[in-house]
Design a protein around this ligand. Sequence first.
Ligand SMILES: Cc1cc2nc3c(=O)[nH]c(=O)nc-3n(C[C@H](O)[C@H](O)[C@H](O)COP(=O)(O)OP(=O)(O)OC[C@H]3O[C@@H](n4cnc5c(N)ncnc54)[C@H](O)[C@@H]3O)c2cc1C
Length: 412
Amino acid sequence: MTAARDDADEPLDLLVVGGGVMGLFTAYYAAVGGARVAVLERGEIGDPATASYGRTRSYRKDYLDPLYVRLADEAVTLWTRFEQRTGVRALVRCGCMNIAKASVTADLADTYAERSAEMLAAVGMPLTTLRADEITGRYPYLDADVAHLDPAAGLVDLRAVADALTGALAECKVDVYEHAEPDAVRRGDDGLLHVDSSAGELVARKLVITAGHGTNDVLALVPGADLQVPLTRDRPSEAKYFVPPANARAQFGSDAMPVIAYLDTGVYVHPIVDGVIDKVKVGYYNPPDIPRDRSGVRDIADFVAQCMPGLADATYEDVHDVDQCDYDLVADDDFVLGAVPGVADVFVGVGWRGTGYKFAPWIGRVLHELALQNGSVYDLRRFDPARFSVLAPSPDIAHPATSFTAPEEDAS
Ligand SMILES: Cc1cc2nc3c(=O)[nH]c(=O)nc-3n(C[C@H](O)[C@H](O)[C@H](O)COP(=O)(O)OP(=O)(O)OC[C@H]3O[C@@H](n4cnc5c(N)ncnc54)[C@H](O)[C@@H]3O)c2cc1C
């Protein structure tokens, strides 16, 4: 809780339900714009067992869909402005490298590394391509035939982001209610949204729901809404920390090692980041839509043996301190971001497919624009929640015809 504002008796301009990174960024953009904002969070901000908190998340642009490539690039611009505004280093700019090896995925041309490199080239984003001898020269612990390095990618420092967001929200006198969730939502005679909660009755002009897996429960409270997002849960199959031998540790630090991804095998590797994490993290996830026998790698031990022999002598342990949480997958694999159909003044953002963190400032900015500016500078039609509703899309939201590029904003 923060100190009360002078206008404490006024209705809120915006109530955000769900205090993960999407909700906090929505509140942040609204609050720095001068709006009166509150956040309701069922648990605790910063719980390392939730999707938005922990140590590191990768930020990358290597999608096979040009829209997500451009949005990931746009998000980096917004992260950088966030860093400038808050004075916090959110991004660890170590790069991200997609690799492939013929003995693991025989058809190299069809690997994620090659296909995503083609996509990035097609949308004009530079990559550094390494020959096999350059790969072993620069990364002696690695055994790969293909490597494409995006230097403008890397890791997000989650604690730094959480601290910067909560600090900024406190400065703007945003009330963040923890262990509080809505019990009922009604439209008052005053036309405003009245939300009963364990934090009392909150009255707001606009409501944004960013409640992750709790989103459908909150939507069910909204009078007139039929939207239920077809969300499913999934989680990484394995995650391990590796502690390299002391004489090799420097090779695995973020100033020497990028995020390494071999997405055909489901494996990603995060380097050691001084002051953030002193172990190499290796995650293994086989998404439901990718056949399990597509590569010769069955688990993390197999990946290390075949592709990262330099970690073979490292000690390792399972990851338990973070990430005890699920991905929120949406049926058609697109974000759900926009107005709740058939209901005025209520907006939702969910379904980030296990890949949402990197987009968080963009998502927060969009939700704030929709709620408080009645439209967005971005074309959001592909993400319209109305695709899961029989009710009509909200008519009063303005979409530009084509643009995905926001005008420069004041970085002060
Ligand atoms: C293991 C793992 C690894 C990942 N790795 C990456 C990565 O490398 N790169 C990347 O970009 N993304 C990654 N992601 C995805 C990213 O972390 C998520 O997309 C993002 O954190 C989702 O944020 P959110 O705010 O929507 O959801 P959450 O963090 O789940 O926040 C929702 C909040 O709403 C609260 N809530 C729920 N119901 C209610 C209610 N009724 N009332 C009030 N509050 C409620 C919850 O307690 C929660 O705090 C990963 C996700 C996981 C799980």
